[in-house]
Design a protein around this ligand. Structure first.
Ligand code: GH3
Ligand code: MG
Length: 535
């Protein structure tokens, strides 16, 4: 390594420390901002963090950070211990924080770009700082805000201040055998629920070490090699698990008191409950609420729960939605008969709330995984071709009703065959998953993303005009092309081409065909570009 590049590395390394500390300041301020009424409790933390920032920034000659940090320190100096944060003092602090944010944020953080950082950070505690830097760069592309640490003390301190989403840690981080695991044990004591930790080891370690790692929150144990792509996928999967959507449960019970009671139990368990007491409202409720689980009373005036279940089952859409009977009926013969008519479970009143919630969780989880098998692609987790078209049809109806724009984009990876031929099929698969995560991270929750075919993806963008959609996809195209893909020790980049069509009152099929023609134009005009469809 030349002296110059060594210096460059060193500079980068120090710069990272300063920006990490700046983020600690911003995160602390964020916590304060969200709990303004308890602001004095965070004062001390903010003072310590910003003092440290100024010290680091001066030491490593990062002038803009030093002066923004000093701005925060000065604003804080006017805020007396134990006093509320208000008036000029509050305004000055807001301003100082804004200046710090402006210089700390990266290019992709700014403007109305589709990407937003997740609020919780990912911490990296690896002895190999080159690898840490590479990972931070890669993770940045997927919207993860990662920070690296040099010592166990710094890691423990930062984790206490701002609980990370995940920690990636060397088993011997800190330099001693198993000192990383020991650090994890200390760090987890500060949290009620453990931080998921991905351990990396250069040695197999054996069962004792793996057990110890697993007991202190170790979710993975990577040995011998760790591929950045794999790590990012793992982290993505924890985040996905954490953000589980609440179950949507429809309750039909003619007794108002029982219905309200069930509703309270469900809401307490974090589910979304919709209650009806008139069986004749069932069809309307199914359409409006789209439940994932249905709870039915057995005996109601005018009809029985079993009859209702049969009507529900007659609709394709609700063929596999779990139906749970909740009734005072204790006759096992009648219970069995009810189950044979499309019910999945039979619970007798009075029901223990814990039992009800556990049953709903089990049924809901299973129903979701079955549904996922039906509508999602197994490699990427995106919607499959059939479901994507179904969603497109739905969105067309909605756009028509609301008189709002709608766009449909088709993406195809460039020269993908060559990627497979050069690096192998498994690397090709990884790139497909990478692109799908990339899209999920950067598009809105209301956009639908599908894997249309092999290396072809489709995106439905409701309430978006042609120019807006083109801008978003073009930004994604540009940043995806900058992403370095890994295959062993080799790095390379991959691009995609895209065609976008806006809905002009035509059918789903016509819309797809126009997007496809635009995609073809992108391909024939040199690839790695986005083309808007004509009429
Ligand atoms: P172009 O830029 O014109 O799109 O060229 P291309 O090489 O991407 O297109 P082509 O249609 O010639 O090849 C597509 C390749 O995609 C061939 C196929 O092996 C690969 N492919 C399709 N599905 C998968 C998959 O699930 N996994 C992997 N690894 N490869 C796939
Ligand atoms: Mg292709």
């Amino acid at each position: 390594m030349t002296e110059e590049s060594q210096q460059d590395k060193l500079r980068q390394h120090f710069a990272r420390r300063v920006t990490t500390q700046a983020r600690v300041v911003l995160d602390t301020w964020q916590k304060l901002h969200e709990n303004r009424d308890q602001a004095p409790a965070y004062r001390e933390e903010l003072v310590t963090a910003s003092d440290k920032l100024v010290r680091y920034a001066r030491r490593f000659e990062m002038d803009s950070h030093a002066s923004a940090g000093s701005g925060v320190v000065e604003a804080l100096a006017c805020w007396q211990v134990g006093h509320a944060l208000e008036g000029d003092i509050s305004d000055n602090l807001d301003q100082a924080i804004e200046s710090l944010r402006a210089i700390t944020q990266r290019r992709t953080d700014q403007g109305n770009c589709a990407q937003r950082y997740r609020r919780t950070p990912v911490y990296i505690a690896l002895s190999n700082s080159d690898l840490a830097t590479r990972l931070i760069r890669q993770m940045d592309f997927f919207g993860f805000r990662a920070s690296a640490f040099d010592s166990p003390e710094e890691l423990v301190e930062a984790s206490g201040l701002n609980k990370p989403e995940t920690i990636l840690m060397d088993v011997d981080f800190g330099g001693e055998p198993q000192s990383g695991i020991a650090t994890a044990e200390v760090l987890q004591k500060h949290h009620e629920t453990p931080v998921p930790i991905i351990f990396v080891s250069t040695e197999d370690g054996g069962i004792e070490i793996r057990l110890r790692a697993s007991r202190c929150g170790g979710e993975e144990f990577f040995f011998p090699a760790m591929d950045p792509g794999q790590v990012i996928e793992k982290i993505e999967s924890y985040t996905h698990g954490n953000n589980m959507e609440p179950y949507r449960v429809l309750v039909l019970d003619d007794s108002h008191a029982q219905a309200r009671y069930t509703e309270t139990v469900l809401k307490k368990a974090g589910m979304i409950a919709h209650v009806i007491t008139d069986p004749m409202e069932i069809i309307h409720a199914l359409d409006e609420f789209s439940p994932e689980i249905i709870i039915l009373d057995m005996y109601m005036p005018g009809c029985t729960g079993m009859e209702i279940a049969r009507v529900i089952r007659q609709q394709d859409r609700f063929h596999s939605v779990p139906i749970i009977y909740l009734s005072a009926e204790e006759d096992v013969g009648k219970q069995l008969q009810a189950m044979s008519l499309g019910g999945d479970d039979f619970l007798t009143k009075p029901i223990d709330p814990k039992h009800l919630v556990a049953t709903l969780h089990n049924r809901g989880r299973r129903a979701r995984s079955l549904l996922a098998l039906m509508i999602r692609d197994s490699l990427t987790g995106l919607y499959n071709h059939t479901h994507t078209l179904h969603l497109l049809e739905q969105e067309i109806v909605r756009a028509g009703q609301k008189d709002q724009p709608l766009c449909f984009a088709m993406l195809d990876i460039d020269y993908f065959k060559q990627v497979n031929d050069t690096y192998g099929h498994p690397i090709g698969d990884r790139i497909l998953r990478n692109l799908s995560m990339f899209l999920k991270q950067r598009l809105r929750k209301t956009d639908h993303i599908g894997r249309y075919g092999g290396e072809e993806f489709a995106i439905i963008l409701p309430e978006t005009g042609l120019d807006g959609a083109t801008q978003v996809i073009n930004e994604i195209r540009a940043s995806f092309s900058e992403l370095m893909q890994q295959a062993g020790n080799q790095e390379f980049s991959v691009t995609f081409s895209c065609g976008i069509a806006d809905w002009r009152g035509d059918t789903a099929q016509a819309l797809c065909e126009r997007a496809d023609r635009a995609l073809y134009t992108s391909k024939s005009e040199g690839r790695n570009q986005v083309t808007q469809a004509g009429s």
